[in-house]
Design a protein around this ligand. Structure first.
Ligand code: ADP
Ligand code: MG
Length: 281
C-alpha cells in the first residue's frame, strides 16, 4: 500500500501535478473512512489539478489579452440599463459571433458600460479557450504606426490576425490622423470575414469621417465593419455618475438620455456625443 502510494506520488511529481499531489493524502483518508469510492478519489485528484490549470490558463489569458481589470457579464447590472436587451448580450456571450467572424458594435454615451461589456465578452472568449486582444483605437493605431516606421507592419498585422477576437475600444474619443486611419483600414481589411471584432464607440457611424479624418477611408471601413455586423445601441445614463444622481437634472435622470449630464467634462475628453444616425438590428 505504502509502496503504491509512493509510486503515485512519484508519478504525480513526474507529471507535474502539484495540486493532485497536495490532495492525495486527504483523498486517501476519505477513501479509508469509506466516504468516497476509488473512482471518486481518482476523479477528485484529477479535478483538483485540472481546475487549477484552467484557473492559471484563464488568468494568464486575461493578462495577455489585456482584459485587466476584469469585467464580467455577471457583474453587469442590467437593471441599470433598461434600453439594453439582456438576452441579446447573453446570446453574444455564447460566442457564435466569433465562429462567424462577425463584428459587434457597442454604441452609446460615456459610462453606459460599453467597455465593461466588451471586456466581459472577451473574458467569456478567453474562458472558452479563444485568443483575444483588447486595445483602444488610439493604441492600435499607435502600434501599427510604430511597426510601419520600423518596417515590421506585416509582422504586426499577423500578430493581430492570430487573435480570433480583437476588441477595439474607444472609437471616437480621440481623432485619428489620415495615416492612422489608413493603417487601421489595412487591419480591418485583413480581418474581414476572417476574424471577429468588438468595437465600442460614443459616436454614430455618420461621424466616422470626422473621427478618421478622411471620409473616403471611413466609408471603406464602414463598408467592411457593417457587413455581418451586430449593432448594440445603449441609450442610458452613465453608471459612473450614478452616485451623483442628485446633481443630474431630473429630465436626464429619468429618460436615459443620450445627452450626457453637464458634469461629464472630466479628464479633458472632448464632450462630443451627438445622436446616432444609423441603427441596425
Ligand atoms: P463606457 O465604456 O461606456 O464609457 P464603462 O464600461 O467603462 O463605460 O463603465 C464605466 C464604469 O462603470 C466601469 O467601471 C464599469 O464596470 C461600470 N459599469 C457601467 N455600467 C455598469 C452596469 N450596468 N453594471 C455594473 N457596472 C457598470
Ligand atoms: Mg469605455
Amino acid at each position: 500500500m505504502t509502496q503504491v502510494l509512493d509510486r503515485i506520488r512519484a508519478s504525480l511529481i513526474g507529471l507535474r501535478m502539484p495540486k493532485a499531489l497536495e490532495s492525495l493524502d486527504h483523498m486517501m483518508r476519505c477513501l479509508e473512512r469509506g466516504e468516497i469510492s476509488a473512482l471518486e478519489a481518482i476523479d477528485g485528484l484529477l479535478a483538483q489539478e485540472h481546475g487549477n490549470r484552467e484557473g492559471r490558463r484563464v488568468t494568464m489569458g486575461m493578462k495577455t489579452s489585456r482584459l485587466v481589470p476584469i469585467k464580467t457579464i455577471e457583474g453587469f447590472d442590467f437593471s441599470f440599463q433598461p434600453s439594453l436587451d439582456r438576452e441579446r448580450i447573453l446570446a453574444l456571450a455564447q460566442l457564435d459571433f466569433i465562429e462567424r467572424a462577425q463584428v459587434v458594435h457597442l454604441l452609446g454615451p460615456p459610462g453606459t458600460g460599453k467597455s465593461h461589456l466588451a471586456t466581459a465578452l472577451g473574458v467569456e472568449a478567453v474562458r472558452a479557450g479563444k485568443r483575444v486582444y483588447r486595445a483602444t483605437l488610439a493604441e492600435v493605431v499607435d502600434m501599427l504606426s510604430r511597426a510601419e516606421r520600423d518596417g515590421r507592419l506585416p509582422e504586426r498585422l499577423r500578430f493581430f490576425a492570430r487573435n480570433s477576437l480583437l476588441i477595439v475600444d474607444e472609437i471616437g474619443y480621440l481623432p485619428i490622423t489620415p495615416g492612422g486611419a489608413n493603417l487601421f483600414f489595412q487591419l480591418v481589411n485583413q480581418r474581414y470575414e476572417k476574424g471577429a471584432m468588438i468595437l465600442t464607440s460614443n459616436r454614430g457611424f455618420a461621424e466616422w469621417g470626422e473621427v478618421f479624418g478622411d471620409p473616403v477611408v471611413a466609408t471603406a471601413l464602414l463598408d467592411r465593419l457593417l457587413h455581418h455586423a451586430v449593432v448594440v445601441q445603449i441609450e442610458g445614463a452613465s453608471y459612473r455618475l450614478r452616485a451623483h444622481a442628485d446633481l443630474i437634472p431630473e429630465h436626464t435622470r429619468s429618460h436615459a438620455s443620450i445627452t450626457p449630464p453637464p458634469l461629464q467634462k472630466r479628464r479633458g475628453r472632448p464632450p462630443k456625443h451627438r445622436s446616432f444616425d444609423l441603427q441596425i438590428g
